[in-house]
Design a protein around this ligand. Structure first.
Ligand code: RTP
Ligand code: MG
Length: 148
């Protein structure tokens, strides 16, 4: 089953959106496979956002993402990467579907509450930054038969 990496950013944690976000992912039918509450080291932040090195927003992005604790999660399910991106909404909250997490709770591009991997390959790379293989929990849920 496809896995994706999702992270509630420091603004999402500070604004008490953690429970609401986990609730939406659970209700969608995605299955929680791993979760950690942590504050990113500069090294983790740089590894995470290596594709943005050199862009004008890069320094601000690194200082923001390391400014407070985040919730790092792995969610699993059919087309989990795109399912998560749809729940989150587009990058800029001003343009995101108002029913999405960013559309409902955000106003500013640099404070968009949540991160989700943009491809299966990115998900694999990002999961490895935050979790060891043994920390991903594979388990049966008896609700699966009602989702698939
Ligand atoms: P993310 O990686 O955080 O899930 O967001 P994303 O894929 O939707 O967007 P991405 O292009 O990867 O950008 C990463 C984060 O950088 C901030 N950003 N600022 N022009 C700007 O000022 C600008 N562009 C992007 C956003 O907070 C975005 O989530
Ligand atoms: Mg991205």
């Amino acid at each position: 089953m496809e896995k994706t990496y999702v992270m509630i950013k420091p603004d999402g944690v500070q604004r008490n959106l953690t429970g609401e976000i986990i609730n939406r992912f659970e209700k969608k039918g995605l299955k929680l496979t791993a979760m950690k509450f942590l504050r990113l080291s500069p090294e983790q932040a740089e590894a995470h956002y290596q594709e943005h090195v050199g862009k004008k927003f890069y320094d601000g992005l690194i200082s923001f993402i390391t400014s407070g604790p985040v919730v790092a999660m792995v969610w699993e399910g059919e087309n989990a990467v795109s399912a998560a991106r749809k729940l989150m909404g587009s990058t800029n909250p001003a343009e995101a579907d108002p029913a999405s997490i960013r559309g409902m709770y955000g106003l500013d591009l640099g404070r968009n509450i949540i991160h989700g991997a943009d491809s299966v390959e990115s998900a694999r790379r990002e999961i490895a930054i935050y979790f060891q293989t043994g920390e991903l929990i594979s388990y049966e849920k008896n609700i699966d038969q009602w989702i698939y």
